[in-house]
Structures are given as structure tokens and as C-alpha cells.
Ligand binder design. Structure first.
Ligand SMILES: Nc1ncnc2c1ncn2[C@@H]1O[C@H](COP(=O)(O)OP(=O)(O)O)[C@@H](O)[C@H]1O
Ligand SMILES: O=C(O)C[C@@H](O)[C@H](O)C(=O)COP(=O)(O)O
Length: 344
């Protein structure tokens, strides 16, 4: 039996709540942002990228979000609609709020940074009135992305969606997705992150993000990953994924397994976008009823393919392309079962 059983009567595979924004990635790479002349524009925003990823893998995806009432809002809605991502739950900002912009910097394949423009941003305007109980009830998964918890009314919209998900047996994935913009204080982060984490079936976060959920950035360094995972599992989580950047990640499961996930060897182009590709292929594996290690292997393969590409959203791959990649790299062992208490 799979660790997470989805209600197959639900018509939609996943609905995501959070931001869809625009990424401007430099065409001239391996230099600082001040030396860049031109950018390519892509759909962006971590949950937006994950939606595109899961859709590319053939699943039925819907999105709850707010975009600007201008040509960039049109771009996002047209992009989603042209790929069959349901936009019936998307709304337009009413008071001139603009879509978020992210300018990325690719200084070298291993050194990237991002510059976000998020003043009066449209995505945080999604409100409880925009959340449809039946729509959440009809989705196998609700994914909540951390940034959406940073401000009202988006925060309340997420909490209401969470409440509906719990009421209707929709599984909850919490992707911590911390960004330093929009939050008022670390204590606010702790309050809302820990609240959502308590109700999540799957928690995905880097170790830094997990420390923010715990609200103990200083002390948390002393707390081993497995103890944190145990705490969430006792609260009801089935899977906890803790990422450690270059060192890889560990997937802890409620049936007491720990899987170490390493990266495939590829020619890296940039060091962002991997997390969203990882999440989308992992979710795909869960929806297919695969084991956690199989789902994690697809996740790391997909992540490798996207960090080797210029964009995030446009670089999301099909299931066949991920399989082909894994075949080409079949000598590389990327998943290892660890002792529960082992460290990375
Ligand atoms: N240099 C790399 N080569 C191959 N895969 C990578 C590389 N860097 C990251 N990845 C993949 O992307 C995933 C997410 O990267 P990480 O930096 O941990 O998260 P995020 O993108 O969310 O900040 C990693 O777990 C790994 O699978
Ligand atoms: O998440 C954002 O708002 C920006 C993204 O679109 C951006 O491309 C990015 O940073 C991807 O992030 P990651 O997958 O978490 O590395």
C-alpha cells in the first residue's frame, strides 16, 4: 500500500495556492547583473513553476492565485490556459497591484542570486472570498507555498483552503519556499509556517527553512534532522523532505525509513529552479502511487535537467524525458537508504 492514498474520485490531481510571477533570466550569463544587457521572460514563482511541472508530467492541475490586471496578467493566464492548467480560480488585482518580477543573476553555474520586485504585489491579494470549498474538495492535493502566508489577505486565503482540505480529505503539501521579501519578522514566519506544517501530509523544505518553521535558528543547529522529522510525523505528516543544497536531501517517511538523495552529475547552467522541478516530479510519483525512493529518484533527475537549462517553467520535462535521462545516467546511484539517525 502506498504511504499516501489519494481519493481517486476527486477529479483534479492538484491545486496550488500562491504566486505566479515573471522571471527575467539574463541572456548573457556568467557575469553580474550590472553587466547584463538582455533578459528572457518566463513564467515564474515557485508554485507557478511547480504547477507547470506537474502539468507537463500529464496531471490535472488547477491554480488559485491573483495576477495583475494588465498585459503581464494576460501573459500568465494565457500561458496556463494554453497548457491546460485550470485558471477558473485565478483572479485579477483590483487596485492596481502589479505582478511580481524576479531578475535572476547567473554569476557562474554555482553562484546565482535573485532580485525580486514585490512592492504591492498582486499575488498577495488572493483573499478568503476567492476560495471555493468545492474546488478544494475536488482536488487530490492542495499545495501551499510559504510566501503566500506572509501577508493578509493571502495568508487567510491559505488557511481557509487548508481548513477545506482537511475537511474533505484533500492531502496537503507544504512547500516552505522561504523568500526574505514580504515577511514582517522571523516570529511571524514561525507562527504561520508551524501552523501549516502541523496539518501537512508532506513537508518540503531546506534545513534553513525548517529552522524557520521551528523558530529556533540558533538552537536548531543542534537538533538533528531526524528529530525534526519525527516531530512532524507524530503530528500526522507522512513524508518530510529536508534539503541540504549541494550535500543532497533526506526523505523521512512515517513508516520509519530515511532515504538519502544525491544529485545527478550534469553540466550545471544555473543554481535555481531545481527545487521546483524536484517538487513537481516528486508529486507526480506520489500521484502515480510509486514508492518514496522511486519518487525521489525522479525528483532529483528532473531537478538536474532543469538546473542544466536556462529557464525554470519552460524547462520542465515530460515523464518520458525524465525516464530517458535516468536511463542515460543509470550508473549513478542517487538514492540510498540511511539509518534513521544518520546525518548527511
Ligand atoms: N549542481 C547540481 N547538479 C545536479 N542537481 C542539482 C544541482 N544543484 C541542485 N540540484 C538539484 O536541485 C535540487 C534542489 O536544489 P536546492 O538548491 O537544494 O533547492 P532550491 O532550488 O529549492 O533552493 C537538489 O536537491 C538537486 O536534486
Ligand atoms: O520563486 C520565485 O518567485 C522565483 C522563481 O521563479 C525563480 O526562478 C526561482 O528562484 C526558482 O526557485 P527554486 O526552484 O526554489 O530554486
Amino acid at each position: 500500500m502506498a504511504l499516501i492514498e489519494f481519493d481517486q474520485k476527486k477529479e483534479r490531481d492538484i491545486v496550488l495556492i500562491g504566486r505566479v510571477t515573471l522571471d527575467f533570466n539574463p541572456n548573457e550569463i556568467n557575469r553580474t547583473l550590472d553587466k547584463v544587457e538582455t533578459f528572457s521572460m518566463y513564467l515564474g514563482g515557485s508554485p507557478g513553476n511547480i504547477a507547470v511541472g506537474v502539468n507537463r508530467l500529464g496531471k490535472k492541475v488547477g491554480f488559485i492565485g491573483c495576477v495583475s490586471d494588465d498585459q503581464f496578467g494576460d501573459f500568465v493566464l494565457n500561458y496556463f490556459e494554453s497548457r491546460g492548467i485550470d485558471t477558473s480560480q485565478m483572479v485579477r488585482a483590483k487596485n492596481g497591484e502589479r505582478i511580481g518580477l524576479t531578475f535572476t543573476e547567473i554569476k557562474s553555474p554555482t553562484e546565482s542570486s535573485i532580485l525580486m520586485y514585490r512592492d504591492r504585489v498582486a499575488d498577495l491579494e488572493i483573499a478568503p472570498e476567492d476560495i471555493d470549498e468545492e474546488y478544494i474538495a475536488g482536488s487530490k492535493i492542495l499545495l501551499i507555498s510559504g510566501v503566500a502566508l506572509s501577508k493578509s489577505p493571502s495568508r487567510e486565503a491559505c488557511l481557509l483552503a487548508l481548513q477545506y482540505a482537511k475537511k474533505h480529505g484533500t492531502k496537503v503539501i507544504f512547500d516552505a519556499d522561504y523568500r526574505p521579501y514580504s515577511w514582517r519578522s522571523d516570529k511571524d514566519i514561525c507562527v504561520y509556517y508551524s501552523l501549516v506544517a502541523r496539518f501537512a501530509d508532506v513537508i518540503i523544505g531546506s534545513r534553513d527553512e525548517i529552522d524557520l518553521i521551528e523558530g529556533l535558528p540558533v538552537l536548531a543547529n543542534d537538533v538533528p534532522d531526524h528529530e525534526i522529522a519525527e516531530k512532524y510525523i507524530e503530528n500526522g505528516a507522512k513524508i518530510v523532505i529536508i534539503k541540504h543544497g549541494k550535500k543532497g536531501s533526506i526523505g523521512y517517511t512515517a513508516d520509519k525509513h530515511a532515504y538519502k538523495v544525491e544529485s545527478y552529475h550534469i553540466k550545471l547552467l544555473k543554481s535555481f529552479g531545481g527545487g521546483d522541478a524536484y517538487a513537481s516530479a516528486f508529486i507526480y510519483g506520489l500521484l502515480e502511487g510509486w514508492s518514496v525512493p522511486d519518487s525521489l529518484q525522479h525528483a532529483t533527475a528532473h531537478a538536474a535537467m532543469v538546473v542544466a537549462s536556462h529557464s525554470c517553467s519552460n524547462a520542465m520535462q515530460t515523464a518520458e524525458q525524465i525516464e530517458a535521462f535516468m536511463q542515460e545516467h543509470k550508473e549513478e546511484k542517487v538514492i540510498t537508504e540511511l539509518d534513521w539517525e544518520a546525518k548527511l
